[in-house]
Ligand binder design. Sequence first.
Ligand code: SF4
Ligand code: MG
Length: 275
Amino acid sequence: MEMEQMIDKYFRAGRLPHIWCPGCGNGIVTGAIVKAVDTLAIEKDNIAVVSGIGCSSRASGYLDFNTVHSAHGRALPVATGIKLAEPRLKVIVVTGDGDATAIGGNHFIHAARRNIDITVVLYNNNIYGMTGGQYSPLTPTNSRATTAQYGTVDRAFDVTELARGAGATFVARATTFHTQLLSDVIAQGIQHEGFSIIEAVTACPISFGRQNKMGSAPNMMKWQKEHGVMLAAYDKLPEEQKVDKFPIGILYKKLAPEYSAEYDKVIAKAQKGAK
Ligand code: SF4
Ligand code: MG
């Protein structure tokens, strides 16, 4: 399906144009989600999209699925409730780096630990964009932010390692340059039965790019092209060449009991009165 047809089908009438700045990568990530849903031919009513707060979290207002625009950092508890109440739904969380790993960091690790069947698309623009460029837990060390005028001292999380360590069973990364890959890994994350996280490396030319002299939006995408390397090729790189590169593709996948299905078994036991 052409993107124009997808816009008519999957975006709410009258909600566009969006609020995102010119050159923002958020539209590319949101487009990749829509493309994944379209490829999987999932009925719109069988999808719930839950967001927190931030530039990326505005996506829930534009998309014509069952949607909730929740509170800052709280998308995952809301999504967990939805999945437990309506297990038939494919639940997708759209969130940013600050929303998911700072304010919502505790929810993030526990949702991963439970292996609940939710797909998280984490728009990683390395900054709090909406509030003017404060640094987040995914801002690279030494980067400038409005709250770190001389560069951050904090070490950034690798959110894919964090998710894997916490128990996520599907972990992938792609960028807004690698759009086909991004859509493919989101589709595979949606199909995976368990907690899936897709880190979508995206460009915020306004709040991150300007402060860090990264140039225009196309320059930032060129940076993604030059630094994102498919996992198999990345693994073969000498250690010194890995320093400024990052792996993309499916980074980790395994099968494990899924939380809402396990919870249903407990409910069935309780109904029978058997311990
Ligand atoms: Fe996009 Fe950054 Fe503008 Fe937010 S501030 S809409 S992330 S470019
Ligand atoms: Mg952000």
